[in-house]
Design a protein around this ligand. Sequence first.
Ligand code: 5AD
Length: 347
Amino acid sequence: RQQQLIDKLEEQRRLEEGEWVELIGGRTPESAACIRERARAVRDEHYGRKVYTRGLIELSSYCKNNCYYCGIRRSNNNAVRYRLSDEQVMACCREGYKLGFRTFVLQGGEDLFFSDERLVPLVARIHGAFPDCAITLSMGERSRESYQALFDAGAGRYLLRHETADHLHYRSLHPQEMSPFRRHKCLFTLREIGYQVGSGFMVGSPGQTAEQLARDMDFLHYLQPHMIGIGPFIPHRHTMYAGEQAGSLELTLFMLACLRLAHPKALIPATTALGTIDPKGREQGILSGANVVMPNLSPVEHRKDYDLYDNKISTGEEAAECRFCLQARMARIGYELVVGRGDSLVG
Ligand code: 5AD
């Protein structure tokens, strides 16, 4: 039966919700090995043995939101807050550019300091200085006008994880003031404006079931994003989920393989969270269908303060170290880290 489901998924790129539950909830070591192998073949068919890189710049650890699982949630009084100046961001980009990066990802908490008056000129400045680079933003929920102004200033891609498509599960992870509908609306707005859009979810968050993961797969089928980022939930010591178990490597790799078969051409990163729960997590991710890595370009002195979950990797490494370490890691499993914009093949 598992075999039938995997065949159907590969052929039709989608399953009914009940079938997803069967596939995910009923997985065995054998079905997991099989789906990962298929996912890797599909990945290699579309992207060869290439792994795209994006330079990640963590702009701000201030956040107005209060997601229960996240280390930089606003009520975590232990969090150390910083925001990068325009000069610091430009310096990160210059260093990244020298190292071959042609995509910069500006990621941060929902920090009201980064109003359009501040963020739009920053994006325009990066775009002016590095016209051959793609600018990706990951700065949370904003208005349509804001997304449009940032797009016009030169940002072409936007990452905004839906986190979970199940409304009850969403409520167990986020306070009432946050809304899954608003989040979904943002994603469709971004797409209408013309962004390449990324979404995604956490794997193994507290209380998560196979039914909820099935909803995530269904939601992504409707959204058809260009990029899909998933990673294991990892507890953070200063949150109410401090005592919960992290999402497993095994389930995360299984979900990566499902995503690759459902979205053959999508850009799917082997995330930092995956590299955090297992020393070979990112390599395993690539071998299960992922095709992007996102080394950190943030200034080393602030790395440890973008503290979403415990034991986040690469906190002390220089950008160059990060890049060359990943290059060596990919080479060891027979994959080539490529520089360049790495545009999505999704139409
Ligand atoms: N474990 C794993 N991922 C997390 N994120 C936030 N907190 C955690 C955590 N404790 C993820 C969310 C968010 C992205 C920036 O980081 O999915 O979208």
